[in-house]
Design a protein around this ligand. Structure first.
Ligand code: DAT
Ligand code: MG
Length: 151
């Protein structure tokens, strides 16, 4: 089946805190499929491109400094409804307001260190995937359990 794609990144705080496997496992166990992954330290200019919607916000500079401060895990996940459900798995932007059971609710405390990014809609998902990945870095394959996840 052809499903939608979303861009998910584990920010430098999530990587440094040893939460890579914990975060990946939540998407994996749900039934979503990993089709792209790499580790890199983005430049500040690259972080500014990624967060271009937020240039006017007072926290923009600190946010871009932070995203470029260390290694990030950049990923593309595939699945039915993965853009909006990925946001549910992640939880509210401010971990003080994220529900328990969500990634930020369970694993983070303050908004400036909320450990994970996820695309907020189909348009941003497309743009963010294009920004972070070349087409040849994404793989197309049938997951072994797909017939048990989908009807
Ligand atoms: P999200 O990451 O949930 O999509 P966003 O796109 O509104 O949230 O903001 C991007 C990041 O900017 C967010 O993950 C953390 C930071 N941020 C947002 N609001 C903030 C605030 N009020 N103070 C400090 N950092 C903030
Ligand atoms: Mg956002």
């Amino acid at each position: 089946a052809e499903f939608e794609h979303t861009f998910i990144a584990i920010k430098p705080d999530g990587v440094q805190r040893g939460l890579i496997a914990e975060i990946i496992s939540r998407f994996e166990r749900k039934g979503f499929k990993l089709v792209g992954i790499k580790i890199l330290t983005p430049s500040k200019e690259f972080a500014q491109k990624h967060y271009h919607d937020l240039t006017e916000r007072p926290f923009f500079n600190g946010l871009c400094e932070f995203l470029s401060s260390g290694p990030v895990i950049a990923m593309v996940w595939e699945g039915q409804g993965v853009i909006s459900y990925g946001r549910k798995l992640i939880g509210a932007t401010d971990p003080q307001k994220s529900e328990p059971g969500t990634i930020r609710g369970d694993l983070a405390v303050v908004v400036g260190r909320n450990i994970i990014h996820g695309s907020d809609g189909p348009e941003t998902a497309k743009n963010e995937i294009n920004l972070w990945f070349k087409p040849e870095e994404l793989v197309n394959y049938t997951g072994n359990s797909e017939k048990w996840i989908y009807e």
